[in-house]
Design a binder for this molecule. Structure first.
Ligand SMILES: Nc1ncnc2c1ncn2[C@@H]1O[C@H](COP(=O)(O)OP(=O)(O)OP(=O)(O)O)[C@@H](O)[C@H]1O
Ligand SMILES: [Mg+2]
Length: 284
């Protein structure tokens, strides 16, 4: 069996000048190709876990591995590590560094020391993929928060990471941008990128993820197939709440529900409904 894409082994981390560690004995593995939702209450350490995974922060204890290779905090190794893992911050304002959209996306590409023709080709493709051609020369401080979020994601994707960590990517997005994000993620995933999303948006996680991780008291307490986790959801609901579709599903009698797979979309629920009940034709 091949080594996991990313692995935390008993990782501990505490911010300087604080008394309580954010992560303590935190262990989990991530397999290539997964679509993971990382869930946890405010302050549970999701963003911190991302900073450690992307090697922006250094762990105090334990070890972090990429395909079985231990993370070593030395310049060459860190550079290579950070090229594999793309992270979009919870706050897009923190991520964007240049004056305009095009400059910001090119910035990371220049840092990779790519030839100019390659940078230009990737920039154009990224602007097109993320529907940013019209905004290319706009100053970043003129953009709305949702637009900034899109630019931040585009900038990271231009670098073609193997693993993408997205911290609360659906906040600030309107309905259309959210749909576009879901489409972009499908596209990115089909190209072979593994994706982890930290989110409080349970409806999004329910429809999108194939794997769920839950962070509680500095540890990953759940790491399992989404279908399995959502079948056991009543045990997590008092802690995290419920996706609306799952809430609705639990209004049906348990004896009836057990004959059907868990519906993960409204369309799947409607199909079960149609098959499971003899609905009389509307005679009005
Ligand atoms: N720079 C810092 N210095 C000290 N403590 C910090 C720092 N950044 C975060 N913390 C603390 O670390 C803990 C974990 O924060 P983190 O932002 O990782 O949580 P989170 O799960 O991402 O929360 P949210 O759901 O609100 O985004 C919190 O108690 C927070 O107050
Ligand atoms: Mg956070």
């Amino acid at each position: 069996m091949s080594a996991p894409l990313l692995e935390f082994r008993q990782v501990g981390f505490r911010y300087p000048n604080t008394t309580t560690p954010v992560l303590q004995d935190c262990s989990f593995t991530l397999e290539a190709g997964q679509k993971v939702a990382l869930l946890g209450l405010n302050g549970s350490g999701k963003s911190t876990l991302f900073y450690l995974a992307a090697a922006l922060y250094r762990r105090d204890r334990g070890e972090i591995y990429w395909q079985g290779q231990r993370l070593i905090y030395q310049p060459d190794q860190l550079r290579q590590w950070r090229q594999r893992i793309g992270l979009t911050f919870q706050d897009p304002e923190q991520q964007l560094v240049a004056a305009t959209v095009a400059e910001d996306i090119s910035y990371g590409l220049y840092n990779l020391d790519l030839p100019t023709a390659e940078i230009e080709a990737r920039l154009y493709q990224t602007l097109q993929d993320f529907d940013l051609l019209d905004l290319a020369n706009r100053p970043l401080h003129h953009l709305s928060l949702g637009q900034k979020r899109r630019v931040a994601l585009a900038g990271v994707m231009a670098l073609a990471p193997t693993l993408l960590l997205l911290d609360e990517p659906t906040t600030y997005l309107d309905y259309q941008q959210r749909q576009q994000l879901v489409q972009a993620l499908e596209h990115i995933h089909r190209r072979g990128t593994t994706i982890v999303i930290a989110t409080h948006d349970l409806d999004f996680a329910y429809g999108w993820a194939d794997w769920i991780m839950v962070l509680v008291n500095g540890q990953v307490t759940v790491s399992d197939r989404a279908s399995h986790v959502f079948e056991q959801w009543p045990t997590l609901a008092p802690h995290l709440g419920s996706p609306i579709l799952l809430d609705l599903w639990h209004q049906f009698p348990a004896g009836w529900r057990q004959n059907w797979p868990l519906p993960r979309t409204a369309a799947a629920l409607a199909q079960i409904w149609q098959k499971g009940f003899q609905i009389p034709p509307n005679t009005d």
